[in-house]
Write a protein that binds this ligand. Structure first.
Ligand code: T5A
Ligand code: NA
Length: 209
């Protein structure tokens, strides 16, 4: 039987990696589970993405950057699909919605996407990747993010840009249009409290079995 594909999305430093790791461990109590993080900086395309994120002098056209993030997901596609087909429960730390939201937040690509019919151009390179059975978006105020450790070190960690990204995420992740999408308010919650809320949503959605 195919395993479940559970995605954790959110802004930079919202606690995705912490929660994705804890969820993978929790699922491992009853199933074989595996975690994938995107971008995966260990691959050939991931190395280029890492350079782009950490070296402000390294420039890429926004369209090219968008395609690279998608290409990075395709690098892991065969392995990820195999894991799911082997019955593994797969947890994703960012995925296609990050790809859309961060690009949509750039004025250059907003223009491209509206010309080509809303966000069609942005979605097209990810077409064919497995859709998550459940997506949890960790929602937190920009003020709180700015207080988190290491904030401001990478390309996109700018307050105004994150505000824009947040509104793009909320535009494409709409629980009233897609029942697999859940918004999780993590404001003022401890790591343990967020973990419990996430687990409740997973169980409620039947994604723990
Ligand atoms: N990107 C990504 C794209 O543009 N397109 C794409 O297609 C994809 C996939 C790097 C950048 O790439 C962009 C988005 C990003 O700008 P990344 O490597 O995932 O992506 O980078 P970050 O999101 O910045 O990863 P972080 O590890 O910094 O953030 P997390 O995973 O959200 O946060 P986490 O768990 O590491 O926690 C951050 C800090 O907060 C603390 C933790 O201990 C840690 O110190 N923390 C809490 N503190 C208080 N209360 C809580 N509840 C806490 N939870 C965690
Ligand atoms: Na992370």
């Amino acid at each position: 039987m195919r395993g479940q594909l559970i995605l954790i999305e959110g802004l930079d430093r919202s606690g995705k990696s912490t929660q994705a790791g804890l969820l993978t461990e929790r699922l491992a109590q009853a199933h074989s589970s595996q975690l994938y993080k995107f971008p995966d900086r260990s691959t050939p395309i991931g190395a280029l993405i890492n350079k782009y994120l950490t070296d402000s002098s390294f420039q890429l056209d926004d369209h090219s950057a968008h395609l690279l993030f998608s290409a990075n997901r395709w690098e892991l596609y065969t392995e990820l699909l195999q894991a799911l087909n082997d019955g593994k429960f797969v947890v994703l730390d960012r995925y296609i919605y990050s790809g859309i939201a961060y690009s949509l937040a750039k004025s250059s690509l907003k223009h491209a996407s509206s010309e080509l019919g809303d966000v069609d151009w942005l979605y097209s390179p990810d077409k064919g990747l497995p859709k998550p059975d459940l997506t949890l978006f960790l929602s937190l105020s920009i003020e709180e993010l700015g207080k988190r450790k290491g904030w401001g070190q990478e390309r996109y960690e700018l307050e105004q840009f994150q505000k824009e990204v947040k509104s793009c995420f909320l535009r494409i992740l709409d629980p009233s249009k897609d029942s697999t999408v859940h918004l999780v308010n993590v404001e003022g919650k401890s790591i343990h409290e967020v973990q419990q809320v996430i687990w409740d949503v997973v169980v409620e959605a039947g994604c723990d079995k």
